[in-house]
Design a protein around this ligand. Structure first.
Ligand code: DHB
Length: 488
């Protein structure tokens, strides 16, 4: 597909940055005439040991490149920088990563700022996704990104929405701008992230080349290249934020808090009712269910994800452990192949809900998401009419910029209605069945919509998995190779 020429964008020939722009940024990343040109020669060679998903230890030698800024006009290069790790040999056997898939692994959590500037080698704890990818012969790119808590000397919040997604897009553009210079196949970028990072990974996948981000990308001097990615790996994405309070009450509304108390039932019911309206607007269709509504969404979740999840879990247990699990959890009926149980019993099994009502747009403006939608010198704002009007009265209106910011942060905005044709077509989506950081329907709605669009969607709910669970890390690495068509 031919891209329209972007006015103001950088090209390889014109990537020079006015000294003044760099000098006025908070952190001058580097001098030189073409800061966005990747220099393959600038690297250190490192050796590390990686324990793969099966427990085998590998010795991996790799080139480690530090890119001091992936944009020409960084606001804060401590965050707007990235590291590239390129495998050279695994267990002494040479690896040619020239055309290998690229894992773009963000480490964002809590919508907080995330920096890789201080890293002296590939990141992640032993066994982490980045390391598994490196040992599999893939190129690993670790981008930093601005986050919600960053505030400058004048009290201006400069990492609130949409800064983090703009930065991740700029990192993708940097890689694509450097096609042929940066190792790996820039047409096979696979993003990964967990929780807020999973939300941003999903958003990166859904919003590829959306014109909505152009002014923000131009402002920071992002490279003139596509920001569409090939595939998106999303663990427990905390996304669809403006519908999350309603979704939370639809899902966990009847569950107690950790201290045994219950949430305000009238607030909970009011929000749950809103979710029915949202589902009616979404008009998601799933085979065997017709249109998903507040009345059949529980069955859809149970039959599509939760019962198969329990069945997978039970089938993998040794006989004695399975027998013990089943006798400790009599709500599950097991016929040797299938697990069945009711939605009500499942909710009882999960137990305490993690968050109070409302879970995301807090009345007291104290949640991470209130801060995410802060702007200027305002640290935190309301982003739903429900919470705003609860605090400020029935006539209150959201700040005028909020609807556009919500769209910039929500993958569903890019998928529902006329879906973005430049989105990723390959999706790896994971969440634990005991994860009450958000509604279990966030992932199922995303899945249902992507399936409806005909995308290749691999979604699994991990039985009894909590927030951040990753029970099949090796399978993700294999999946990347498969969807990318990579042969070693
Ligand atoms: C994360 C968790 C949350 O519960 C939330 O609301 C936002 C982010 C996280 O772990 O990244």
């Amino acid at each position: 597909m031919k891209r329209r020429a972007v006015v103001l964008g950088l090209t390889a020939a014109t990537a020079a940055v006015p000294t003044v722009a760099l000098a006025s940024s908070r952190h001058t990343a580097r001098s030189g005439s073409s800061p966005l040109v990747f220099d393959p020669a600038a690297h250190t060679e490192l050796t590390t040991t990686v324990t793969d998903a099966t427990g085998t230890v590998h010795t991996v030698t790799y080139r480690f490149h530090k890119v001091a800024a992936y944009v020409a006009k960084p606001v804060d290069a401590v965050y707007q920088s990235l590291n590239v790790s390129v495998p050279v040999s695994v267990d002494g056997a040479a690896v040619d990563a020239t055309d290998a898939p690229i894992l773009l692994a963000n480490s964002i959590g809590g919508y907080m700022p995330s920096s890789v500037a201080g890293n002296t080698g590939i990141g992640g704890r032993p066994g982490a996704r980045q390391q598994l990818a490196l040992a599999a012969g893939y190129v690993v790119v670790e981008p930093g990104a601005r986050g919600r808590t960053l505030v400058d000397a004048a009290g201006v919040y400069y990492g609130t929405a949409p800064a983090a997604i703009v930065d991740l897009k700029a990192a993708v553009r940097y890689l694509k701008f450097n096609k042929g210079r940066v190792p790996g196949d820039v047409e096979r970028i696979v993003s990964s992230g967990v929780s807020a990072g999973g939300a941003l990974s999903a958003l990166l996948g859904a919003s590829g080349d959306s014109p909505l981000y152009r002014p923000y990308l131009e402002e920071i001097g992002a490279a003139d290249a596509s920001d569409a990615i090939f595939a998106s790996g999303d663990w427990c994405p905390i996304t669809d934020l403006e519908h999350s309070d309603a979704g939370y009450e639809w899902c966990w509304g009847g569950n107690p808090l950790g201290n045994g108390s219950t949430v305000d039932p009238s607030l909970s019911k009011e929000l749950a009712a809103q979710y029915a309206d949202y589902l009616a607007d979404l008009k998601l269709r799933a085979r065997g269910y017709g249109t998903l509504t507040a009345r059949n969404l529980d069955d859809y979740l149970l039959e599509t994800f939760l019962q198969p999840s329990a069945a997978r879990y039970l089938a993998a247990l040794p006989d004695a452990e399975r027998t013990a699990y089943l006798s400790a959890h009599p709500f599950i009926t097991w016929d040797g192949t299938k697990a069945s149980f009711t939605w009500a019993d499942f909710l009882t099994h999960v137990g305490a809900r993690k968050k109070n009502v409302p879970s995301f747009d807090g009345f007291d403006l104290a949640t991470p998401e209130n801060n995410l939608f802060g702007t200027g010198t305002t640290k935190a704002r309301h982003f739903t009419l429900f919470s705003l009007r609860h605090e400020e009265g029935a006539g209150a209106r959201l700040d005028a910029d909020i609807p556009a910011k919500l769209a910039l942060m929500n993958p569903m905005h890019h998928l529902v209605g006329k879906a973005n044709p430049r989105r990723s077509k390959h999706w790896w989506i994971r969440v634990g069945t005991k994860d009450s950081d958000t509604s279990l329907s966030v992932v199922s709605n995303l899945h249902a919509r992507l399936k409806e669009l005909g995308d290749d969607v691999n979604t699994v709910y991990y039985w009894d998995g909590g927030h951040g669970a990753d029970d099949d890390p090796g399978d993700f690495i294999k999946w990347i190779g498969r969807v990318a068509g990579h042969k070693r």
